[in-house]
Design a protein around this ligand. Sequence first.
Ligand SMILES: [Zn+2]
Ligand SMILES: [Zn+2]
Length: 126
Amino acid sequence: MKAAVMTGLKKMTYVERDIPKPADNEVLVKLEYVGICGSDLHHYETGRIGNFVVEFPFVPGHEPGGTVVEVGKNVTHLKVGDRVAPEPGKTCGHCEFCRTGRYNLCPDVIFFATPPVDGVPGICSA
Ligand SMILES: [Zn+2]
Ligand SMILES: [Zn+2]
């Protein structure tokens, strides 16, 4: 698959990346759209936001839309062909914040397109 990557400040190119294989609790999403927001632009122009410093190459973009094309064996609520707008943060699901619906405060969140995590790679937790 083609991935748009930053190779330096204000420098981007396309590279070939392997299509990821979804784990048992994940789905593979064929991306059709990816928004570029203010945090992506900060990374593009300055290479950082606060303590999050970009190391190149880096994939921007964490607001995707697409279609499910493969489903892990433990996923029961999504199927191939579903159109989805994935949540860009993978949270633990077990901490107090996650259990009380405030998962945006999860201290263990892995957030796409926030260094060192690449942007939407085409695979998301279900
Ligand atoms: Zn954003
Ligand atoms: Zn959590």
